[in-house]
Design a protein around this ligand. Sequence first.
Ligand code: DOR
Ligand code: ZN
Ligand code: ZN
Length: 453
Amino acid sequence: MSLAILGCSIVENQRLVEKNVFVREGKIYEITPSSDISNKRDFDIIIDGRKKVLLPGVIDAHVHFRVPGGEHKEDWTTGSCAAASGGVTTVLDMPNTSPPTTTVDRLNEKRIIASNKSIIDFGFHFGAEFGNANEIEKARNIASIKIFMGSSTGNLLIDDDAELYSIFELAEKHDLLCTVHAENERLIKLFSDQAKFNGKTSPTIHPLIRNNLCAAEAVSKAELFSRFVGNRLHVCHVSTKEELDFIKLGKKLQREGRLSAEATMHHLLLSSAAMLKSGNYAKMNPPLRSKEDISALWSSLREGVIDIIASDHAPHTREEKDKPYWQAPAGVPGVETNLPLLLNEVNRKTLSFEDLINFTSKNPAKIYRIKNKGEMKRGYDADFALVDMDIEQILSSSNVKTKCGWTPFNGITVQGAVEKTIVRGKIVFDKGEFFLNKGKEVEFTRSTTSETE
Ligand code: DOR
Ligand code: ZN
Ligand code: ZN
């Protein structure tokens, strides 16, 4: 099956230029000036791309698709459709499922389910837990070793310095990336106990319990340990100005490419004040922060301190969120709203298309070493989001695709919408409709020098 997208705008050297993009056998075959359509008859499907922007498909490197154990919140069918509707062509799924993905057998079970259900491509993070070094060593083709330095949804936790150090050593030995949920478990416990003792029950206490110190201390430790050990480290969902200081320092002191960092749209757009209105629907770990933290995050995007934007799509049902603060789980959905919110920022001129592509496609592919994805180059996978920058839409809980059925961005108007999503040359989403496709596991390349297999 071949495909031609004619007259679409693509981003080249920080500018939009009109081009034709030709696809054969799932790969980008040729990109030609828009005037050159002499060979269009050779293609099975022709898409009129005029007045639209063709972006590389979004690689969302941080999603929780909840299988196994949390299928009532999300599964691979609903999760991958939600993703596709938001221009996402690849997701990297987190291991804090139930049971967690901490053994090779469980990883393989996940692989089977995702390949049967997902309409987009996927990869898996592998969980670190006490005593699973053997399993980590046996695991093949994983995105990262995910380390929860502070506890969150699920029971994964590494709150011991020696254990953290050993996992970093293991990662270094096998040239694996460590991704960290960086919050200090002991401090979280202290501030929770204090809040409970004082009879606090309002969700607005959440950012005070998991305060900036909890995040900053954990990031400083992870950065320092990784600098000593020499492993690659990726800091998930950076939310505070203090974490950014440590990441800046780390990037100065560490070899290029050793340290990278992620931000999420909820931390970039919503402040802790949202908890007053939304209660537990704005409860996530790490929590929403102050205006100063938000503005530091935006500056760090421009300064290259943050490398990628991911959703941290963490769906929970309304029933679960409606529980009292102490029982309600943390996490918000976001896989389908990420790109529309970013397109809106491009329209508002707070972000360039070039930056958007770097944060959502190029850098994730580079940091996770995903083969043949993340860029619009000949021979690369034909993964695209075709977007219309003029369409205005109101994000609404009533029409999200995620199984949990709500969004923390409910009521926000955005300009810019995904029209089509294409995975390896196959249209999987088109103007609200989904099309069957067999998603495939991505390949993570390993540097040959430290390959130990
Ligand atoms: O808020 C969060 N939700 N933070 C996490 O680290 C986990 C996630 C989830 O899986 O629900
Ligand atoms: Zn996390
Ligand atoms: Zn997460």
